[in-house]
Design a binder for this molecule. Structure first.
Ligand code: AMP
Ligand code: ZN
Length: 496
């Protein structure tokens, strides 16, 4: 059993907006992350949510907690623009692409799995599909109705937020203030603008593609219902951690809490810790599907970037800070990762380390133990990945650490970072598009900088008498069409 100090993990709880010690409720830490609506590709902004959740998961593992992680797949019920009325996002996509709703869902679910695998995100224990839980959602809504938390309208069954006094606590929402909220639409007959649909009854004459019979007529569940029902079904009535993007803190999670606590009716908070990642931004605004042009991971790969470079770019920012996406930033991340991989290559193979206890047991020298403490302190301080990266770079430059110590420290850091440092090949991290631009004789200053960095890496390898690495870098430069000449004043280069 690890000692309590080594288990200390501080995290920022959106519920109450303060940093707290994480104290699990039992032997297994239940964690639920709001997953994709599979009507389109998930963009790089969405990926930030999944990498952030993965960092939390890796941190829990590091601290010796056993985690059960559930990520939902929304394949029904999410109306266009997060509202309660109108068409379902899935059905609009099916009509647009002339495919069936199920084909659309299957296609984009697979694309999501491909992306998260490419980003080295640990697979969840379950990926429940909303469409498989509709009978349970109907039962859940019926319980709320029996308890008097709802009212019926022709458009469906609504949750009456006036009946739930703590409504909006998570968002620190002043219900009156929300009357002005842009996302809230006009629903005829709705008593308060915060009231939301539990069931969306089909309009007469407008038959839905995916439809279920219910006590409130044929139709589909409201969007928020699935997360309450599936998390409770798979993690038990109360669980430890719920994650999602910061947009969910304002509406979706507020509604999940209201309906779940009304359903459970045991006076206890439904979920103790709510973690929200800030947005990945593009041009100063939230990267979003509806804005159009939100880049995908596959776009980055096609442009010559490694998925791990994008992951490093994300981890270079704290999850609770907004992060601006740009080509220059991802170029810089790929160059940094390349340097890291080249530095680590001669240390391989790395040991298999996942936990702080295992790392401490393996630390063969005091300098490595100090670096492990820094890594642990960084992750335990609300998942401070920028600090963790700095601790790893510092260790790799520290002459006091033995090669075995470095192996332990690198493996430990990567158990948290998930960059794949045990096997990343620097040759897979060449400056993106350099070959193509070189052919067109249009090297940018970044390209020149990248080449000069490679040349400098080689010079350093030669100084360290690491001939294998020096030769390998020369081969890589050669493959890029760069011809290197060693002179008494150092190496010079030119394009062939
Ligand atoms: P969706 O498929 O739109 O329901 O979103 C899936 C997840 O991505 C949710 O947790 C969202 O909060 C999150 N998300 C959406 N856009 C961004 C963004 N630009 N930056 C970070 N997270 C986002
Ligand atoms: Zn959700």
């Amino acid at each position: 059993m690890p000692n309590p100090v080594s288990r200390q993990l501080r995290l920022y709880n959106s519920l109450g907006r303060r940093v707290e010690d994480f104290v699990p409720s039992g032997d297994v830490t239940g964690m639920y992350s709001c997953g994709p609506t599979v009507y389109a590709y998930q963009h790089l902004g969405n990926m930030r949510a999944y990498v952030s959740a993965d960092t939390v998961r890796r941190a829990l593992r590091w601290k010796g907690f056993t985690v059960r992680h559930v990520v939902n797949i929304t394949d029904v019920g999410h109306a266009v623009a997060d509202t309660d009325l109108g068409e379902d996002k899935m059905e609009v996509a099916a009509a647009r692409e002339r495919r069936s709703v199920l084909e659309i869902a299957e296609f984009y679910t697979q694309a999501f799995f491909d992306d998260i695998a490419a980003l080295n995100i640990l697979p969840a224990d379950a990926y429940p599909r909303a469409s498989a839980y509709v009978p349970q959602m109907i039962e859940f809504a019926a319980v709320l109705e029996a308890r008097g938390y709802t009212y019926r309208l022709p458009s469906g069954l609504y949750f009456d937020t006036a009946k739930f006094p703590r409504y909006g606590e998570l968002a620190q929402l002043h219900v009156e203030g929300q009357l002005e909220a842009a996302r809230v639409e006009q629903v005829p007959g709705r008593r308060r603008k915060t009231d939301f649909a539990l069931w969306r009854t089909e309009e007469p004459g407008r038959r839905r593609v995916l439809r279920w019979d219910s006590p409130w007529g044929w139709g589909a569940p409201g969007w928020h219902l699935e997360c309450s029902v599936m998390s409770i079904a798979l993690l038990g009535p109360h669980f430890d951690i719920h994650t999602g993007g910061v947009d969910h803190r304002e509406l979706h999670h507020v509604n999940e809490i209201a309906q779940s606590e009304a359903y459970l009716a045991d006076g206890k908070p439904w979920v103790r810790y709510w973690l929200h990642n800030e947005f990945l931004q593009l041009g100063g605004a939230k990267m979003a599907k509806s804005a159009g042009g939100a880049p995908l991971l596959s776009d980055l790969v096609a442009a010559g970037y490694h998925p791990a470079s994008f992951r490093l770019f994300l981890l270079g920012g704290h999850y609770r800070s907004q992060l601006e996406f740009s080509t220059a930033a991802i170029d810089a991340a790929q160059a940094t990762l390349r340097r890291l991989a080249a530095r680590i290559q001669p240390l391989r193979p790395l040991p298999a380390i996942e936990t702080l206890d295992a790392a401490q047991a393996a630390a063969p020298d005091p300098a490595a133990a100090r670096a492990l403490d820094q890594i642990d302190a960084a992750i335990a301080a609300d998942f401070n990945t920028p600090k963790l990266l700095a601790a790893l770079s510092g260790a790799l430059r520290d002459p006091a650490i033995t090669p075995d110590g470095l192996r332990t420290v690198t493996a430990a850091a990567d158990a948290l970072l998930g960059l794949g440092l045990a096997s990343l090949d620097p040759a897979d991290l060449d400056p993106a598009d350099l070959g193509r631009r070189r052919a067109a004789d249009e090297l940018t200053s970044e390209d020149r900088h990248a080449i000069e960095e490679l040349v400098a890496d080689r010079t350093e390898a030669r100084k360290e008498r690491d001939w294998a690495r020096a030769d390998q870098i020369r081969d890589e430069l050669d493959a890029l069409g760069v011809q290197l000449t060693d002179t008494p004043d150092g190496p010079t280069w030119q394009l062939r």
